[in-house]
Design a protein around this ligand. Structure first.
Ligand code: F6R
Length: 347
C-alpha cells in the first residue's frame, strides 16, 4: 500500500512529479471554464491551512500576470470580511477534501453575492456540488494527514488558470517542464536527511521569504509544526526587523527561501542580519548563487532555470522532506500527527 516507502507522506512527496503531470492534463477543461467567464474585476481566494498558502501564491501570480486586484481571506474569517466581494468578483475556493466546514460555510455566503469557483481534489465532495465552476486537482488520494501532493496540484491548477486567463502560452510551456525539475529536486533527499539530523533538536525555527517565496516560507513552517511538533514561524523576510529579530540567536535556525529574481537581494540582506545574531541559516537558492552559498550554513541548490515566478512549485519540496525526516528522527509518525485530522468538518 505504501509502495515500498516507510510512510504515506514520503510516498506522496515522491508522487508529486506525477501529480503535476496529471493536473496539467486538466488544461482543456480549464480553458473551457475560462471561456465561460464574464469579465471579472477582482478575485478573492478563500481557504484554510495549506490550501490558504496555495491561495497566497495565487495572489502574487494573478496580480503579476493579470493585473487583477486579488485578495486572500482565511475561510474562518470570511464571514467577517465578505463586504469586499461584489457581483464583479470571482471567489475561488481551494480545498483538498472539498469538505472543510469553514470553507463550505464561506462558499454558501459567497454564492449569494458572486460567481464561485472551487478547486478540489475529491470528486463528488460538497464543494464541487455548490460552486458555480469546478476544477479538479489530479493528485490522487492523499492518506498522510499533512498535505503535500495536493498542495502541489493546487498550485499547478492556479498556474494553469492564470495562464489560461492571460492567454500566456509561454507559461503553459514552462509548466510542462515542472515534473522533470521536480524529479531533480527529489534527488536531494539524502542531503536533506543529513541536514535534518543536524537541526532536529532545535526548539524554534524561522522560515523567511519575500513575494512568491513568502507562501513557501509559511508552508515550510506549517509542515514543521504539524509533523515535528517544533515551533516554526513563516515570516515575510522584511517584517523580521519589525519585531521577531529580537528572538533570533544561535539557537534559532532560519530557513531562507531565496530564488533568483526580484526578491533575491533584499532577502539576502535579511540572511546577513540573522547571521550577525548567530543564527544558522539553511539557504534555498539557485545552484549558481555563490553569495547565498557562502552566507548559509547549509544550502539546498535548485537548477538555475527555476525563476522566482515558478519557484513555489519546486522550492517547497525540500521543506516537506526536511520536516518529514526530522519527524521520523524524532520518533514521530508523520502520517498521524497528534490532534490533527485529514478533514476538518467542524467550524
Ligand atoms: C496541512 C493541512 C491542513 C489543510 C486544511 C484545509 O498539511 O493538511 O492545513 O490544508 O485543513 O483542508 P482542505 O484543503 O481539505 O480544505
Amino acid at each position: 500500500q505504501k509502495g515500498g516507502y516507510s510512510h504515506f507522506m514520503l510516498k506522496e512527496i515522491h508522487e508529486q512529479p506525477e501529480a503535476v503531470k496529471n493536473t496539467l492534463s486538466e488544461v482543456s477543461d480549464i480553458e473551457n471554464i475560462v471561456s465561460q467567464f464574464p469579465q471579472f474585476k477582482r478575485i478573492t481566494f478563500v481557504a484554510c491551512g495549506t490550501s490558504h498558502h496555495a491561495s497566497l501564491v495565487g495572489k502574487y501570480l494573478f496580480e503579476a500576470l493579470l493585473g487583477l486586484p486579488t485578495d486572500v481571506v482565511l475561510a474562518s474569517e470570511f464571514e467577517f470580511s465578505e463586504g469586499a466581494i461584489d457581483p464583479d468578483s470571482l471567489v475561488i475556493f481551494i480545498s483538498q477534501s472539498g469538505e472543510t466546514a469553514d470553507t463550505l460555510k464561506a462558499l454558501k455566503i459567497a454564492n449569494k453575492k458572486a460567481k464561485t469557483l472551487a478547486i478540489v481534489n475529491v470528486l463528488g465532495s460538497t464543494a464541487t456540488r455548490e460552486a458555480d465552476y469546478v476544477i479538479f486537482t489530479r493528485a490522487g488520494p492523499e492518506i498522510g494527514v499533512a498535505a503535500t501532493k495536493t498542495y502541489i496540484s493546487q498550485l499547478t491548477c492556479i498556474y494553469l488558470l492564470a495562464a489560461c486567463m492571460g492567454k500566456n502560452r509561454e507559461l503553459l510551456d514552462e509548466l510542462q517542464q515542472i515534473p522533470d525539475y521536480m524529479k531533480t529536486v527529489l534527488l536531494l533527499e539524502e542531503d536533506i536527511k543529513e541536514m535534518a539530523a543536524k537541526y532536529k533538536d532545535a526548539q524554534d525555527f524561522f522560515f523567511i521569504g519575500r513575494g512568491f517565496s513568502y507562501p513557501t516560507a509559511m508552508e515550510g513552517a506549517l509542515k514543521l509544526k504539524e509533523i515535528t511538533y517544533i515551533h516554526g514561524e513563516g515570516y515575510a523576510a522584511g517584517e523580521l526587523k519589525h519585531g521577531p529579530l529580537a528572538l533570533i540567536d544561535d539557537d534559532v535556525p532560519v530557513v531562507a527561501v531565496v530564488p533568483p529574481g526580484k526578491s533575491h537581494d533584499r532577502t539576502l540582506s535579511n540572511v546577513e542580519e540573522v547571521k550577525a545574531r548567530g543564527a544558522r541559516v539553511i539557504g534555498l537558492g539557485s545552484e549558481d548563487d555563490q553569495v547565498l552559498s557562502y552566507e548559509a550554513s547549509d544550502m539546498i541548490k535548485f537548477p538555475s532555470q527555476i525563476r522566482e515566478l515558478i519557484s513555489p512549485l519546486l522550492y517547497v519540496v525540500p521543506l516537506q522532506l526536511l520536516s518529514y525526516h526530522m519527524s521520523v528522527q524524532r520518533g514521530i509518525d508523520p502520517d498521524k500527527p497528534k490532534n490533527l485530522a485529514k478533514c476538518v468538518t467542524v467550524e
